[in-house]
Ligand binder design. Structure first.
Ligand SMILES: [Zn+2]
Length: 412
């Protein structure tokens, strides 16, 4: 008989966790390492203890709930995600991956199934990066991308440190991040809402995720010269905003040119002096380029630099400084883990397609230290990081069932 998770129990757990930090518009505000984060963590830990799991916490506050396997020599197959949210976040981003993992373990306990490998569900600290930077803090420390001490000393806007806040809420564990009984995880599976519109547009319940886009972020400053909007003829201007607007157009074009996975976005802009009758003398803005391969990212970078060079050539009094401030490598998940996810969707009869992740996830850091794959489920209108985030119960159940079967296959 094919095992299935309990869809209603998963839904009720999600709704109960969403009450912690619930907002009037139906969303959740549960920022990392606040009292509400503590309440959410406590609820999860209580559920884990009730399910007979053993719980440990590491020094960056990641929570690991473990169900032993029958073979003491096997390494754990892990599942997980995060339960911190954006200030105006939803009920499902992150929370789904954690509670789907818990639901898998509850289902196995009910059915009396003991896997050969141990199974773990992980809550990664501060994935959102809203209160403390960097984003994906817990999984980043766990996988060695950040040093523990550097991250512990990070401060929020009020000057409170990660270390003090972890201590205050009772989640400064003693375990060294990255240390796992029997060595690093055998595999890591993360179920997550898609946060984009592709699955919904195709009317599919499961996304098989081959990897995540690499990212290059830039700060760009265009400097022209300020002058009076009236007396200065059109052919004698060095308008920084006009040049910036040409770069904005070009960034959009670059994203399209390098399809289907290319992305180019300008989301932040400051105009100096920002006065209606002064020709702008300087403009500062952000550029976010994404692609699935480093070669493509390099080509996009070149196209951006070309555009800036051409603009400066056409107006020698214009200067453009493009400074790369963030770089995330493109991520390719493990072929065998991806296959287990796809096979599970097939076996269970869920229509599926491959969907590349455009956003960062804890799974991206995990993929550096363990074979990793992700499972996406559609969310309404592709909306997330929004109180209106909505997911159908049947899609959540489908994602959790795929997680169950991928994990069973890996851990048997
Ligand atoms: Zn998330």
């Amino acid at each position: 008989m094919t095992q299935h998770i309990d869809s209603d129990r998963l839904w009720q757990s999600l709704m109960q966790l969403a009450e912690v930090g619930s907002t009037p518009k139906g969303g959740v505000c549960r920022l990392a390492l606040t009292d509400l984060d503590r309440q959410g963590r406590d609820l999860f830990v209580t559920w884990c203890r009730d399910a007979g799991l053993s719980v440990r916490v590491d020094a960056i506050g990641n929570i690991f709930a473990r169900r032993d396997g029958s073979d003491p020599n096997r390494r754990a197959v892990a599942m997980g995600s995060h339960i911190d949210t954006q200030p105006t976040g939803g009920k499902f981003d992150g929370n789904f991956g954690v509670l789907a993992g818990l639901e898998v373990l509850r289902t196995l306990a009910d059915a009396g199934i003991r896997t050969a490998a141990p199974l773990e569900v992980v809550v990664w600290t501060n994935e959102e990066g809203s209160r403390f930077v960097p984003v994906m803090m817990g999984s980043g420390v766990f996988s060695g991308a950040f040093s523990l001490n550097e991250v512990l000393s990070q401060q929020d806007l009020e000057g409170l440190t990660v270390a003090d806040e972890l201590d205050r809420i009772g989640y400064a564990g003693s375990q060294i991040p990255g240390e796992v009984p029997n060595g690093m995880f055998d595999a890591y599976f993360e179920a997550h809402i898609e946060q984009g519109p592709v699955l919904e547009a195709h009317d599919l319940s499961i996304g098989v995720v081959p990897g995540a886009l690499g990212q290059r972020w830039y700060d760009i400053v265009v400097t022209g010269s300020e002058a009076h909007a009236g007396p200065t003829p059109m052919n004698q201007r060095h308008d920084a905003l006009l040049a910036a607007s040409k770069i904005v157009q070009r960034i959009n074009q670059i994203g399209s040119d390098f399809g289907p996975h290319g992305r180019g976005t300008v989301g932040f802009m400051q105009v100096m002096p920002n006065s209606r009758n002064t020709i702008p003398g300087a403009v500062k803005f952000s550029v976010d380029l994404r692609a699935l391969s480093d070669d493509v990212l390099a080509a996009m970078d070149l196209a951006l630099k070309d555009c800036c060079a051409t603009l400066m050539k056409n107006d020698p009094l214009l200067t453009i400084a493009a400074n790369q401030v963030v770089y995330f490598k493109p991520c390719h998940f493990d072929h065998e883990c991806i296959r287990l996810v796809r096979d599970a969707a097939e076996t269970l009869g869920f229509p599926h397609m491959d969907v590349v992740s455009g956003a960062g996830h804890d799974a991206v850091y995990l993929s550096a230290v363990a074979p990793t794959a992700m499972i996406f489920v559609p969310c309404k209108n592709g909306i997330s990081h929004n109180e209106l985030e909505e997911v159908l119960q049947e899609h959540l159940a489908a994602g959790a069932n795929v997680l169950l079967h991928a994990v069973l296959a890996r851990a048997s």
